[in-house]
Design a protein around this ligand. Structure first.
Ligand code: GLU
Length: 474
C-alpha cells in the first residue's frame, strides 16, 4: 500500500515550502488510494514552539489536506519505543555511549578547523570498556548514544524517484548521535524508526534532506530493515533564482489566506512548484490534481515562486466560481464584512466585482461604495475634456431615462440607457459615462456605470445621481 507522511517539526507557523511538502505527499497518496499520515516530530525540545501544532493542523485543514491517522502521532510520546531500539543497537555493538563534554567537543572542532581537517566527532568513546562506562555512570555522568558508522559500505547509493541514482560517500561520516542526554532521540533516529514502524512506502521531502539520507540508510541497514523509497523535491527559489526569502513570498501559508487567496489556489499553485502534467495546463481543480499528480513528473530544477502567477491563478479561480460559492468564500474570509448588508445587493456587487478581483480582499477592501454613503470632491464629476454644463447635461439625461425605465434586469439593459443618453443629446462619452461613474461610486476607477446601475438598482442610482446634480449646481 502507498503510505506517506508529512512530518513537520513544530517550530513555528508552517511556511509555503513546508506546505508544499504536505501537498506532494497528500497528492501522491490520494491518486493511488493510499494513506497520508501526519506525524509531529517534536523531539527537539529546544526548538519547540507552543501552539505550533495548532498552526500546522489549521493550515492543513484550510487546504483540505485531511490526514488519515485518527490518533495524533507525537514523537515526544513515543520515547520508550526509540529507547528500545537504541538499546538494541547498543547490545549489538552498533552504537555506543559517549560521555564527551561540550568543552571537549568544542575544543576538538576548533582544533580540526585550525588543522583544516574535516569536522566531526573523533570516536573517542568507542574505546570505552564496560568498566569505564559503569564508572562514569556511577559518577552521575549522563551519556548520549552515538551510532557506530560502519566502515563498509564506503558509499551509500539510492534510487531517488526524483533525482535518479544518488550516491554519497560515508567514509567521512562521523559517529552521529541517535539518543540525546535528555532521553530524546535525534531527528534521524526517531524518523527512521517511525518510517519503518508506520510502513511508509515513500519519503517525500525537500532536497535539503539529501545529505541526511545516507545516515538514514545506514540506520536501516543496521537494523536489517528495507528502507522506504525516497523522493527529494526540488528547492523553491524566488524569481531572482535565489533561495526563497520573506520578500519573495516565503511566509506562513496562513498569511496567504489573510491576503485573500483561496485554498484551492494555494493547492494548485504549490502543486506546480516542481510538478507539471506534461502539458501547458496551469489551472487544476483539486480533483484533477489528485488524478493527475505523478511523482515521476517532478523535476529536479529549482521551482520558481512567482507571485504574478499566484495572482493570476487566484483571479482565474475567482472568475470560474459560481457567485453563491464566492459568497461563501467571502463570508469565511471576513464574516464581519457581510453583516448588516442587503443580500441581493451583496450578490450583485460581487457579481460585478468578480471579473476584476485578484483576491478576496479586493472585494472587501474595494467595494464599500456599494453599501455605504459616498463622499467625493464635486470637481471629480467633470471629465477633463468636458465642462460643468455638459456633465450636468449627461447626468440629467441619464436621470430622465432611468425615470422612464420599466426595470433593469442586467448590466446590458443599463448600458442601453447609457448609450441612449450619449446619442440623444449629442454629448460625448466623457460627458455621460464619467460623471455617472463618479456619481454612483465616488471613484475615478470602478466598474462601468452600467454595471453600477444594475448592481445598485434604479432607486439608489437615481438618488445618487440627484445628489451629484445638486453638488454640481450648488
Ligand atoms: N521533521 C522534519 C522537518 O521538519 C522532517 C523531514 C523529513 O521529512 O524527513 O522537515
Amino acid at each position: 500500500m502507498i503510505k506517506t507522511r508529512f512530518a513537520p517539526s513544530p517550530t513555528g507557523k508552517p511556511h509555503v515550502g513546508n506546505i508544499r511538502t504536505a501537498i506532494f505527499n497528500y497528492l501522491h497518496t490520494k491518486s493511488k488510494d493510499g494513506k497520508f499520515i501526519l506525524r509531529i516530530e517534536d523531539t527537539d525540545r529546544e526548538r519547540f514552539i507552543p501552539g505550533a501544532v495548532s498552526y500546522i493542523e489549521e493550515s492543513l485543514r484550510w487546504l483540505g489536506l485531511a490526514w488519515d491517522n485518527e490518533e495524533k502521532i507525537h514523537q515526544s510520546k513515543r520515547l520508550k519505543i526509540y529507547q528500545k531500539y537504541a538499546d538494541r543497537l547498543l547490545e549489538e555493538g552498533k552504537a555506543y555511549k559517549c560521555f564527551c563534554s561540550k568543552e571537549r567537543l568544542t575544543n576538538l572542532r576548533q582544533e580540526q578547523e585550525k588543522q583544516k581537517l574535516p569536522p566531526g566527532y573523533d570516536a573517542c568513546c568507542r574505546k570505552l570498556t564496560v568498566g569505564d562506562i559503569q564508572k562514569l555512570e556511577k559518577e552521575g555522568k549522563i551519556p548520549v548514544v552515538r551510532f557506530k558508522v560502519p566502515e563498509n559500505p564506503k558509499e551509500v547509493v539510492w534510487d531517488d524517484t526524483i533525482h535518479g541514482k544518488v550516491s554519497i560517500r560515508t567514509d567521512i561520516q562521523e559517529d552521529f548521535i541517535i539518543m540525546k542526554s535528555d532521553g530524546y532521540p535525534t531527528y534521524h533516529f526517531a524518523n527512521i524508526i517511525d518510517d519503518h514502524l508506520m510502513e511508509i512506502s515513500t519519503v517525500i521531502r525537500g532536497e535539503e534532506w539529501i545529505p541526511s539520507t545516507p545516515k538514514h540508510i545506514l540506520l536501516y541497514m543496521s537494523f536489517g530493515w528495507q528502507p522506504p523509497k525516497f523522493a527529494h523535491m526540488p528547492l523553491i527559489v524566488g524569481r531572482d533564482g535565489k533561495k526563497l526569502g520573506k520578500r519573495s513570498g516565503d511566509t506562513a501559508i496562513m498569511d496567504y489566506r489573510e491576503r485573500g487567496y483561496l485554498a484551492d489556489t494555494m493547492l494548485n499553485f504549490l502543486a506546480l512548484l516542481g510538478w507539471n502534467d506534461g502539458t501547458t495546463q496551469e489551472i487544476f481543480t483539486r480533483e484533477e490534481l489528485i488524478k493527475k499528480f505523478d511523482l515521476h513528473r517532478v523535476g529536479k530544477a529549482p521551482a520558481v515562486f512567482d507571485l504574478d502567477r499566484l495572482n493570476w491563478i487566484n483571479g482565474e479561480k475567482i472568475r470560474a466560481m459560481k457567485v453563491d460559492d464566492l459568497i461563501k468564500e467571502v463570508a469565511s474570509f471576513n464574516s464581519n464584512f457581510m453583516k448588516n448588508k442587503d443580500t441581493d445587493l451583496f450578490q450583485r456587487a460581487l457579481t460585478v466585482m468578480q471579473t476584476r478581483m485578484v483576491t478576496l480582499k479586493d472585494f472587501t477592501d474595494g467595494s464599500g461604495f456599494f453599501f455605504e454613503d459616498i463622499k467625493y470632491d464635486p470637481r471629480l464629476l467633470i471629465f477633463k475634456k468636458s465642462t460643468q454644463d455638459d456633465s450636468l447635461g449627461g447626468l440629467k439625461n441619464v436621470l430622465e431615462l432611468l425615470g422612464q425605465t420599466k426595470g433593469i434586469k442586467s448590466p446590458k439593459d443599463a448600458d442601453k440607457i447609457m448609450k441612449k443618453a450619449v446619442a440623444s443629446q449629442s454629448l460625448s462619452n466623457g460627458d455621460v459615462f464619467w460623471p455617472v461613474r463618479v456619481a454612483l461610486s465616488g471613484e475615478e476607477k470602478s466598474p462601468s456605470p452600467a454595471e453600477l446601475i444594475w448592481a445598485l438598482g434604479v432607486e439608489e442610482s437615481v438618488k445618487r445621481i440627484e445628489a451629484a446634480i445638486k453638488l454640481l449646481e450648488d
